[in-house]
Structures are given as structure tokens and as C-alpha cells.
Design a protein around this ligand. Structure first.
Ligand SMILES: [Zn+2]
Length: 434
């Protein structure tokens, strides 16, 4: 086996192990170019189909006007190229006002993802007990039957004051909340059957009004029983509402620019990528065998403890993992060591938060002394075994030394794996096992 292939197999195996051990770090990165990242995330959202493995990363290149630089995990398809072109032509069309005017593209391209978000939002109401909790809490509120004045409505529904004042002044809060909460469930069920613009905008209005109403915000603020179900619903609602709220902001940005937006795909050819996608065979029969290959278990950890704490690592897991150079790295390598950038902090927007290796590689890249750009990305620090080492994929890239960056990633992954195993066994030893 070639050395690079061996290193890749070992890395993929360790990433699978980290995933198996539920490695995760919570906490948000501080993003300096937050507004710009939000716009980029919205472009990624409009290109994300919801198909497994479909991941896009996007950055602005402002050196000659505004160019959008796009990359994908793997090679973009002809549909990706055509849809991105259509999106940017539409965004620059002065008659386009919001998502309603982009709906044919949204339905064709993002249908699976939109429906997934609607289903998750519905599940957060109907499958968690939140629906019943909502009404039992509302019944306990003594003022819920009092007629609402316009100022009450302004306080209760800051997001939709105007529309609600018109139709509900003088009616009790319980009636308004019932209309909107049941309305959200009903509209979500209808839109799931037939995804069309008017129904989707209605669903957005209902969902957004409920998610931001004072009744729910107070519930969360005092952390009363069931508040975590509220938070889950609000998170799901926010993800769904991005298709309207964030797209609206993107359309406004395009209008302010007032000129065509060029787009440029980073392709395998443009980066000189030698290895596109590669099938990596994970030959260890169980995760435990993979740990043994990494000389981890028998020297440091007690097997019985590990078995009790993580029984999953004894299950069969032979598989093939398809690795590729992740989209975030493609973006960074496309810019290379540019010295004529206006802004030091450059955000990368993406379909979903960047994986652990992308983040570690980016941190190593940012530490390079010659860097004129500080790359920023949101990351969930989740191990993704499809992450390909950069040096074997891009042997043509001159500076920085990609082998050094890969080495920093692989040694950090090894350290994190050791830590994750230490945690897995020490929790049990100290009686903290769950
Ligand atoms: Zn990644």
C-alpha cells in the first residue's frame, strides 16, 4: 500500500472512531465577518439539495468587483453549474423581491431539504409532547382570556404586530395563539403535500410569529418545565424560516450591489487535483481492532470499562469510505497566498458547519507566517471520515507545504482520539457513566 494511501486509511479509521465515541465539542467560533458569512451561508442554502454528501462552500472574491467562488465536496455536476448560474442571474434581476420569485429553482433544487426542515419542525411540535405542554401552559395563564389591546399585541408579537393588530385587536391571547399554533401545524402538513410559494410564505408567517412570541420567549427565559422542547421548536423554526428571511437579505444585498454577480467554480481541473474521489477500505473488523492498530487500547485502557461504556465499538464495521478534498479546502487553495485582499478576515459560508478536520486544517493554515488572509468558518467539530488529506490530492500546489498542514491535522486527531478514549474509560471508573 502506498504511504499516502496508508496514512489516509489510518486517518479515516481514526475519524470513524472519534465519531463512534461521540466526540463533540460545543461552543461557537467567534466570526469577525458575521454578516458576510450569513450571505454566503444563504447562497449555500439555495444550492443545497439535501442529498447525502451534498456539501458546498462559498466565499466572496472582492478583488475585481464581487465574484462568488463556489466549491463542492467532490466534482460539481452539470446541474450544479446550471442552477448556480440561474440563481445569480435571478438575484440580479430587478424584479426578484424574495424567495417567492425564486420558487421554481427552490422547488426543483432544494425540495428534499425544504421538506426535511418542515418535517423536523412538525416533529418538534407533535412528537415531543410540546403540543400538549403548549396548551396546558396556556390554560394556566390567568390573563390568557383578556382582550388584547394594540400595545399588548405589540409586546406579545413583535415580529408580526401590524398583521395581528389588524385582525385580532380585542380578542384574547389564547385565541390568537391557538390560531397561529394550530395554523402552523396545519400549514406545515399542507405544504408537505404540495410545495408552492403562497402556502410556503403562509407557513413562514405562522411559524415565525409563534417562534418569536412573548409567550414562548418567557417560557425559555424562566427555564420552566418543558423549555427545552420550546428551544428545539425555535431552532427548527429558525432553520425553516431562513428560506424566507435570509433569502430576503441576500436579494437586498444583490440589489445594493446593482451589478451582475459573477460566479466561479473551483474544479478539480482548476486546482490540478490528481486524486478526485478515493474509495478507502476500512478493513478492521471492529472498531476495537482499529484501536488496536493504532496501539491505543491495550497499552492505555481497560477493555472491560470500555466495553461497558461504549459497547458499539465491538460491533462489526468493515466498510468503504469515499474520501475527497473537502469544499472548504478547495476555496482556500483557490485563493492561495493572495496578497491583494481588501479584508484580512475572510469568511467561508457552507451548507452545514465545517467538519473537524477542515477546521483544524484551516487553523494550521491561518498560523502560516506568510498568510495575508485569516479564514473563518462555522464548525461543529464533528469528525467526518470522508475528509481527504490535502497533499496527495493537490501535489501541484506550491506553498504552503500541504504535508505540514496534513501532519498537524493527523497528529491533532490522534491526540483527540486518545483524549476521547481517556474520557470514555475514566467516566466509568469514577461512577459517572450514563
Ligand atoms: Zn470538511
Amino acid at each position: 500500500m502506498a504511504i499516502s494511501n496508508h496514512n489516509q486509511t489510518l486517518l479515516s479509521e481514526r475519524l470513524l472512531l472519534l465519531d463512534k465515541l461521540n466526540y463533540s465539542v460545543h461552543g461557537l467560533e467567534h466570526i469577525h465577518a458575521f454578516q458576510e458569512m450569513k450571505l454566503l451561508d444563504t447562497i449555500a442554502l439555495l444550492l443545497t439539495t439535501g442529498l447525502p454528501g451534498d456539501h458546498f462552500a462559498i466565499a466572496f472574491d472582492k478583488r475585481r468587483g464581487v465574484e462568488v467562488v463556489l466549491a463542492k465536496n467532490g466534482t460539481p455536476t452539470p446541474e450544479d453549474l446550471a442552477d448556480a448560474k440561474e440563481l445569480f442571474v435571478s438575484l440580479c434581476n430587478t424584479e426578484v423581491r424574495g424567495v417567492e420569485d425564486l420558487f421554481p429553482l427552490l422547488v426543483r433544487r432544494c425540495r428534499a431539504n425544504v421538506l426535511k426542515r418542515i418535517q423536523k419542525m412538525l416533529a418538534s411540535i407533535l412528537e415531543t409532547g410540546f403540543y400538549d405542554d403548549f396548551y396546558s401552559r396556556l390554560d394556566q395563564r390567568s390573563s390568557a382570556g383578556d382582550p388584547l389591546s394594540p400595545s399588548d399585541i405589540e409586546r406579545e408579537f413583535p415580529r408580526s404586530t401590524k398583521s395581528i393588530t389588524k385582525g385580532y385587536t380585542g380578542q384574547p391571547l389564547s385565541d390568537v395563539l391557538r390560531d397561529f399554533f394550530d395554523g402552523t401545524v396545519g400549514a406545515a402538513q399542507v405544504v408537505s403535500e404540495e410545495l408552492e410559494a403562497k402556502g410556503f410564505l403562509d407557513l413562514h408567517f405562522l411559524t415565525s410569529t409563534i417562534a418569536h412570541c412573548c409567550f414562548l420567549r418567557q417560557w425559555v427565559l424562566v427555564r420552566d418545565e418543558g423549555y427545552q422542547k420550546v428551544l428545539r421548536f425555535q431552532r427548527c423554526a429558525e432553520k425553516l424560516c431562513r428560506y424566507v428571511d435570509d433569502v430576503h437579505s441576500l436579494v437586498r444585498y444583490a440589489k445594493r450591489l446593482g451589478r451582475p454577480i459573477q460566479c466561479h467554480w473551483v474544479t478539480d481541473e482548476s486546482l490540478g487535483i490528481q486524486i478526485r474521489e478515493e474509495d478507502i477500505r476500512i478493513s478492521a473488523e471492529t472498531p476495537l481492532e482499529a484501536l488496536h492498530r493504532s496501539s491505543l487500547v491495550y497499552s492505555r485502557f481497560e477493555l472491560p470499562v470500555l466495553k461497558e461504556r461504549k459497547p458499539l465499538i465491538f460491533e462489526p464495521w468493515q466498510r468503504t469510505v469515499q474520501t475527497c478534498l473537502h469544499a472548504e479546502l478547495r476555496i482556500i487553495l483557490h485563493f492561495g497566498q493572495a496578497t491583494d485582499m481588501e479584508d484580512y478576515y475572510r469568511p467561508i459560508g457552507a451548507s452545514k458547519p465545517s467538519c473537524l478536520c477542515c477546521l483544524l486544517w484551516m487553523e494550521a493554515y491561518n498560523r502560516q507566517p506568510q498568510g495575508d488572509i485569516f479564514w473563518e468558518a462555522r464548525s461543529c467539530r464533528k469528525a467526518d471520515a470522508t475528509w481527504a488529506l490535502s497533499a496527495p490530492a493537490c501535489s501541484n500546489v506550491k506553498g504552503p507545504d500541504l504535508r505540514v498542514l496534513d501532519e498537524e491535522v493527523t497528529s491533532k486527531i490522534f491526540q483527540l482520539l486518545v483524549q476521547a478514549l481517556d474520557n470514555s474509560s475514566s467516566f466509568s471508573k469514577h461512577g459517572l457513566a450514563t
